[in-house]
Write a new protein. Structure first.
Lengths: 343, 543
């Protein structure tokens, strides 16, 4: 068993400490951001008793307590699973975040299912033709892709899509289609939900709408994975065991499949994992600002704008746990497929 | 490797073909078994802050206005109050007792019967929650002592001082009637129990309106369904009215524009103003609705030099409001006359300061303020037009030798800073641009909130004038017995503000509602008193 229980225990402990740190840091930071949450909680009171309403709201939110008490109470609520109601919308904080989170996650997973194999293929193909024009082109392309601003590319893709096909990839799914076909999200991953319900019309519609933003976000992972895998394959081809295999007359395809690919997969997974969590920022920008899709980006901006500190901090916690989880999963996968790695 | 390339090319072609086919053949996407229901998607520009019919006094109006009804309805075109859930009403001579006779053919969305008990419960709840916690717009029922049930379809409003209850009953907030069954369903102990509020805000509603709530997600969308037992269908041709209404939250105006073009949206409330002419050319219908949402420039009357009346008048005469409306609002507004918007009860013409630089310089000289002088302008960056106004204002003031330092903030921060005028006026900017829209069709709504000395959350001028306070309080109480006389007092109050240049009315917003060719939205479906509420029962679905 390459993964020890000790490792998992340590990771969980570390996660708890990091979450506490994030809460403390976020809470203090939010004290200095504009807006009074009590005003929002009281519903922007207009009448003669507006001040009374705000004072009551301040008490209800615990904002009249010393800062260390407020933070301690917030941490207690987080670990007892009660994040309370959103200050701006009066619905559970988890409800506000969860649907946005699944929307962003669906987009990211879809993107990476396309981007990683494509980047990997480009890298391997380029390394096998080291020094050729194709190799130079792929090397340059990978740099360009990795450094292209995704929001800009997203806008270009949307424009091209509209001007050439008349189709504007707007939102996650056609409301009219979803409503008329009785589509009812279960997991929040629309593609999956549509398949579960056998609603292929919604599935195809959601697929059409996820492709353009996924293309925009995919340029970074394609670029990074292509560059890294090209380097790894090029290095692997110079290893003694590969040269020996070539000398023994082992077929080229067999060498690539059984020796080269095996050696580069663990580091590619690792780099993809890192890129995956990094891409969440790209997704948050592109989904809402360019493609009118719901997601974490709009929720974060809105919570800051409306002094909804409960949602802002909860979002930070979600993202922290997401980051740690992805890295842990990557470590475990790596340890499972690479006998040299022990965790 | 060549094989892999070929496979990839084939895959790409396949996907491309699939995309093109699906786009050009929507019938492939839409299954033929789809029931032919008439769906209308309406884009609203803000998330919903709550749907408690007694407490909500913000963006929830867009939902409440379709699923609940009030006793009366304010007709902005005639200025009259018309029957809704009440059929007629009378008041005592002293304006302290109002008897409303109710419709006897109304049912709530859950099948329970509408009657006097529901009216008593709904109105008294709004009042009591406000009295207990200061929340909501229940302050409009300040004078209400009791709603007495005379018989199952008659109620008597007993007041501590005279009021126009018919006007209050038509309010955009705090006057909606909900079914008493909500208390049982929410397991609340009484109507002020927090459980009832949480029950409403978690997506439950029992109103009498033409549409009932199907699903509620305040961040994304609200789905409504035609309520076939609505009493009003007998009077309105319901054949073409939508079966399902989706209120889609779309905060980005550009995304609303894209949604209209892509056919995803049928009605949009907030497209970029620059796109209006293009949309018109493409066959979209436009209703430029003159709203009661207005923008006002407050002077900090507690800080030098804006504490000097002549200096304030100098600034007022140096602002070219026609240019502001043309360049900042792109014509989607009308030059303000005073602080009450055009068409609103009590609005009077002739309260626009003439743009005259000579006059402005004369007042400046009289003020004794030597130039160059630096003053600070606080404005909201959430609105494109206030940002543009700030830039124009800075240029205009430079003509007077007044250097304007611009301080743009989002709404939450602006409010924090602006209310500092009461506690720390010297640290509060000299000028503040703010906006307002009313709860009730009464001048008191604007005048109290923005200029009464007790309204410390919204009076950004820091204006304190006992004479003014008394005038509007007297007018408010007079509304119930002598409405014309009350309007005269409100006029006097507005003249006081004008002569003392406490604030400068900038523009009254004209909001373009855009609809696609798939639907027809008659003008009557919109009403500035209930901004953003669309009477979907009047909307026709064409295809």
């Amino acid at each position: 068993m390459p993964v020890s229980l000790n490792y998992i225990f340590k990771r969980i402990l570390l996660s708890i400490l990091v979450v506490i740190g994030v809460i403390v840091f976020s809470y203090i930071l939010l004290l200095y951001t504009p807006g009074d949450p009590a005003v929002k909680w009281a519903g922007n009171p207009r009448g003669p008793e507006a001040r009374k309403a705000i004072e009551i709201a301040r008490r209800e939110l615990g904002l009249d307590q010393p800062i260390h008490v407020q933070i301690a109470q917030f941490i207690y609520h987080v670990f007892t699973g009660n994040l309370g109601l959103s200050i701006a919308y009066k619905v559970p904080v988890s409800q506000v975040i969860t649907s946005g989170f699944t929307a962003t996650l669906e987009l990211l997973i879809f993107t990476y299912l396309l981007a990683v194999p494509l980047g990997l293929w480009l890298g391997i193909y380029s390394a096998l033709r080291r020094g050729s024009r194709f190799d130079s082109f792929i090397q340059s392309l990978s740099v360009v892709l990795a450094s292209t601003p995704t929001f800009w590319l997203g806008a270009i893709i949307a424009l091209i899509s509209y001007s050439t096909t008349g189709f504007l990839p707007y939102g996650r799914v056609s409301y009219k289609l979803a409503t008329s076909t009785g589509f009812n999200p279960i997991t929040g991953f629309y593609l999956l939900d549509a398949l579960i319900q056998g609603n292929y019309a919604v599935f195809l519609d959601a697929l059409l709408r996820i492709i353009p933003p996924a293309l925009a976000i995919s340029v970074y992972p394609i670029g990074v994975v292509a560059r890294v895998s090209r380097t790894l394959v090029a290095e692997a081809l110079l290893e003694d065991y590969v040269r020996s295999a070539v000398a023994w007359g082992v077929r080229r395809n067999t060498i690539i499949k059984h020796f080269v690919l095996k050696s580069i997969i663990p580091p590619v997974i690792q780099i993809s994992g890192l890129a995956f969590v990094y891409s969440i920022v790209d997704a948050m920008v592109v989904e809402s600002l360019v493609f009118g899709r719901e997601g974490l980006g709009s929720i974060l901006l809105d919570s800051l704008h409306k002094a909804d500190f409960r949602v802002t901090i909860a979002l930070a916690i979600y993202l922290t746990i997401f980051y740690i989880s992805v890295n842990t999963i990557v470590d475990i996968i790596q340890a499972s497929i690479d006998p040299r790695v022990k965790i | 490797m060549k094989r892999i390339i070929l496979v990839l090319i084939a895959l790409i072609i396949l996907v491309a073909v699939l995309v093109v086919v699906l786009i050009n053949k929507p019938s492939l996407v839409t299954p033929s078994t789809t029931p032919p229901s008439k769906i209308v998607v309406y884009a609203y520009n803000d998330r919903i802050t709550g749907i408690d019919p007694s407490i909500e006094d913000d963006t929830g109006l867009v939902v409440l206005g379709s699923i609940y009804e009030t006793l009366t309805y304010y007709d902005y075109k005639t200025g009259e109050v018309k029957p809704r859930l009440a059929t007629n009403w009378t008041s005592s001579e002293d304006g302290r007792e109002w008897i409303f006779r109710l419709r006897n053919d109304v049912v709530f969305h859950d099948g329970s019967l509408f009657n006097a008990t529901a009216v008593k419960l709904s109105i008294e709840r709004a009042r009591d929650i406000y009295r207990n916690s200061g929340r909501g717009a229940g302050y409009i029922w300040d004078a209400l002592e009791e709603v007495e049930i005379v018989d199952p379809y008659t109620v008597k409003f007993k007041l501590s001082y005279p009021q126009r209850v018919d006007i209050l009953a038509s309010a955009a907030y705090a006057s909606y009637i909900f079914s008493p069954s909500a208390i049982v369903k929410s397991n609340a102990a009484n109507y002020t129990d927090r459980k009832l509020e949480d029950w409403f805000n978690s997506g439950n509603a029992v109103g009498t309106g033409p549409y009932r709530l199907v699903s509620y997600d305040p961040m994304r969308e609200i789905k409504l369904e035609k309520f076939n037992d609505w009493w009003g269908w007998r009077y309105i041709n319901s054949e073409k009215a939508p079966d399902i209404v989706v209120i889609k939250i779309e905060t980005d105006p550009s995304a609303q524009y894209s949604g209209l073009l892509s056919g995803e949206l049928d009605i949009a409330s907030s497209v970029p103003r620059e796109t209006i002419s293009n949309l018109k050319k493409q066959g979209f219908g436009i209703i430029p609705l003159p709203t009661y949402h207005n923008f006002v420039l407050f002077y900090n009357t507690k800080r030098y030099p804006t504490n000097i009346t002549d200096f304030r008048l100098a600034i007022a005469h140096a602002v070219d409001l026609n240019r502001v409306v043309s360049e900042a609002v792109l014509g989607m507004g009308s030059v303000a006359s005073g602080v009450l918007p055009h068409g609103f009860p009590g609005h009077i013409e002739g309260l626009t300061y003439e743009f005259n630089l000579d006059k402005a310089r004369e007042y400046l000289k009289r003020s004794g303020v030597s130039t160059p002088i630096k003053i600070e302008l606080l404005y909201q960056i959430d609105y494109e037009e206030t940002k543009k106004f700030a830039a124009i204002f800075k240029t205009l003031m430079s003509e007077l030798g007044v250097d304007v330092e611009l301080n743009g903030q989002d709404w939450a921060r602006l409010k924090d800073i602006a209310r500092g005028v009461w506690e720390n006026p010297e640290e509060t900017p000299h000028l503040i641009v703010a906006d307002w829209w009313p709860t009730i069709p009464s001048p008191y709504d604007y005048l109290y909130a923005m200029f009464h000395s007790e309204s410390k959350e919204w009076n950004y001028a820091g204006y304190e004038n006992p004479v003014f306070d008394e005038l509007i309080t007297k007018a408010w109480e007079m509304e119930g017995v002598n409405y014309t006389g009350a309007l005269e007092l409100y006029k006097e109050a507005q003249l006081t503000l004008y002569q003392n240049a406490v604030a400068l009315g900038l523009w009254d917003e004209i909001r373009p509602f855009v609809y696609s060719q798939r639907v027809y939205v008659p003008e009557e479906a919109l009403n500035p008193m209930y901004t953003f509420v669309i009477r979907f029962e009047l909307v026709e679905v064409r295809s």
